[in-house]
Every structure is written in structure tokens, then in C-alpha cells.
Design a protein around this ligand. Structure first.
Ligand code: NDP
Ligand SMILES: O=C(O)C1=N[C@H](C(=O)O)C[C@H](O)C1
Length: 256
């Protein structure tokens, strides 16, 4: 039996980055779920082979953009399904992962920029709203220990807005700025401005601002605690073995 096959017992879950902020929360959530078993916890300095030794069927990765590909590649080579929350997986990296999966059509890798239901809905609402407004900007706000900027969620949101604007035939958002302090207008992600705030006391938050003649629309989501991500992570863990290939986002699992 390959590691990814189930024997109708609890799903054996391994957590990569299991001593980090998200990884530790995932370990607690898995331990509290009757249909899941925490089989292995791997962190910096540990060998990924512990996942295999423990008979891991689904690995969950919350590590760092610099190492996430190593974990995914290892899982695919070892026949372990993977659920990945780590940010920094751009289109180029996604196509590399698709290439690794080609010889393993039975395996599932699910990557989500954000597992919180409110964040998933915010991205969907933003995509719907985008074509009705001349202007759109994204502000993401996070805890100061976050390694990357902008956040994966903001990057995904901005690209979804940009795609919807293109489909609607909208041109660039109006902006007459000719003089600015470096960074004052944020980063340009697919021509959508994204502003990153890092502030002690915050967890993970995002505002999407839309504006047109005489009105604005603001979408805001707040993850006040990392437990907000757990229902989405556990849903992905339960479903990934039935989703062969690469899946991006949990929208499909929520039937949005
Ligand atoms: N998709 C989503 O819903 C969410 C995604 N995230 C993303 O998840 C990632 C992790 O975030 P967070 O938990 O806050 O970060 P942390 O830094 O708290 O956790 C990452 C953990 O991974 C460990 N690690 C580093 N390298 C390796 C390696 N090669 N093998 C195994 N473990 C390793 C780190 O160890 P050490 O500290 O020693 O380096 C650390 O314990 C980020 O990319 C973040 O953006 C976060 C929240 C929600
Ligand atoms: O690092 C975090 O904390 C988070 N990272 C993800 C991202 O980069 O979008 C998801 C969420 O914003 C929390």
C-alpha cells in the first residue's frame, strides 16, 4: 500500500514547520479531531524522512517561502498528499510543482494563500466588485514577525482584481502622482497598488478599497487568532486525497 492510500482509519497527518506559529496551531487542531491522527512533526533541522517513517498520508506545510518547495517535492516523491499554506508560491513555482506531479497522477497537492473563510470570501467579493470601480487598492496588515511582503493573500487578491479589470476592459486606475517618497504608493502587483503594514498586536488583516464617481466600497477581513485558519486547513486535509493534481485555493471545496 502506498503512503497516500487510506486504510479507513484516521488520516495520518504530518506537519512540516510544526513548531512554528501556524504549525503548532495545526498540531493542536489535528490532535483534537477524531478522524485525524498527528503522526509526525517536523521543523527546522529535522529530517523529512520522519514523515515516511511515521506513515504520513497527508503532510501540512507552514514553513517559509525559501524552503517550501523542498517539502512539497519530498512529499510528491514519497507519495504523500500535501496541504500547503506557506506563502511565496508564484505561477512559476506552481508550474514546477505541476511538473513533479505528472508522474504521480494519484497524488493531490492543495495550496491556499489563505485558509480563513472570511479571507476566501473577501477575495471572491473583490473579484466580483473589481469591474464596477475605476480604482482599486489593497492594504494588508500583519504581525511584525511576518517574513514576506506583500502577503500571499494580498498578492492573490491584487491579481484577481487585475484579471477582472482586464476582462471588463478597464484601463489603469486614475493616478496623477508625479512626485512621491519611495514606497509611498505601495507595491504594484499586476498594476494594482498593494500596501503592507507591520504592527505589533496584529495577526492577519486585509482591506480592499474600491472607488468610483461619488462612492467607495471597502471590504475588510480580520483574522484575530490563528484558529481562524484551522477549519479550512482541516477541510483541505480531509479532501486532498480526492483531489488529484494541483489545487490552488479552497474555494472549490467551499463550493463558492
Ligand atoms: N495560507 C494561510 O492561511 C496562512 C499562511 N501562512 C503562511 O505560513 C507560513 C508560516 O507562517 P508562521 O507559522 O507564522 O511562521 P513561523 O516562522 O512561526 O513558522 C515557520 C516554521 O517553519 C520552520 N522551518 C523553517 N525552515 C524549515 C525547514 N526547512 N523544514 C521544516 N521546518 C522549517 C521554522 O523554524 P525556524 O523558526 O527555526 O526557522 C518555524 O518553526 C508563512 O509563509 C505565512 O505567510 C500563515 C498563516 C495563514
Ligand atoms: O504570515 C501570516 O501570518 C499570514 N500569511 C498568509 C499570507 O501571506 O497571506 C495568510 C495570512 O495573511 C496570514
Amino acid at each position: 500500500m502506498s503512503l497516500a492510500e487510506t486504510d479507513d482509519g484516521p488520516i495520518r497527518v504530518g506537519v512540516i514547520g510544526g513548531r512554528g506559529r501556524m504549525g503548532a496551531e495545526v498540531c493542536r487542531a489535528v490532535e483534537a479531531a477524531a478522524d485525524l491522527e498527528l503522526a509526525a512533526v517536523v521543523d527546522q533541522g529535522d529530517s523529512l524522512s520522519a514523515l515516511v517513517d511515521a506513515g504520513t498520508q497527508v503532510a501540512v506545510d507552514f514553513t517559509h517561502p525559501g524552503v517550501v518547495l523542498d517539502g512539497i517535492r519530498f512529499c510528491v516523491e514519497q507519495g504523500i498528499h500535501a496541504v500547503v499554506g506557506t506563502s511565496g508560491l508564484d505561477e512559476l513555482r506552481l508550474s514546477t510543482i505541476r511538473g513533479w506531479l505528472e508522474p504521480r497522477p494519484e497524488l493531490g497537492v492543495l495550496i491556499a494563500p489563505n485558509f480563513a473563510i472570511g479571507a476566501v470570501l473577501t477575495m471572491r467579493f473583490a473579484e466580483i466588485a473589481a469591474r464596477y470601480f475605476e480604482s482599486a487598492e489593497v492594504i494588508e496588515l500583519h504581525h511584525p514577525r511576518k517574513a514576506d511582503a506583500p502577503s500571499g493573500t494580498a498578492d492573490h487578491t491584487a491579481r484577481a482584481i487585475a484579471a477582472a479589470r482586464r476582462t471588463a476592459g478597464l484601463g489603469p486606475a486614475p493616478d496623477a502622482t508625479t512626485q512621491e517618497a519611495a514606497g509611498a504608493r505601495g507595491a504594484s502587483v499586476d498594476d494594482v497598488r498593494v500596501h503592507s503594514v507591520r504592527l505589533a498586536g496584529l495577526v492577519a488583516h486585509q482591506e480592499v478599497l474600491f472607488g468610483t464617481e461619488g462612492e467607495t466600497l471597502t471590504l475588510r477581513h480580520d483574522s484575530l487568532d490563528r484558529t481562524s485558519f484551522m477549519p479550512g486547513v482541516l477541510l483541505a486535509v480531509r479532501k486532498v486525497s480526492g483531489l488529484p493534481g494541483l489545487t490552488v485555493g479552497i474555494e472549490g471545496l467551499l463550493e463558492l
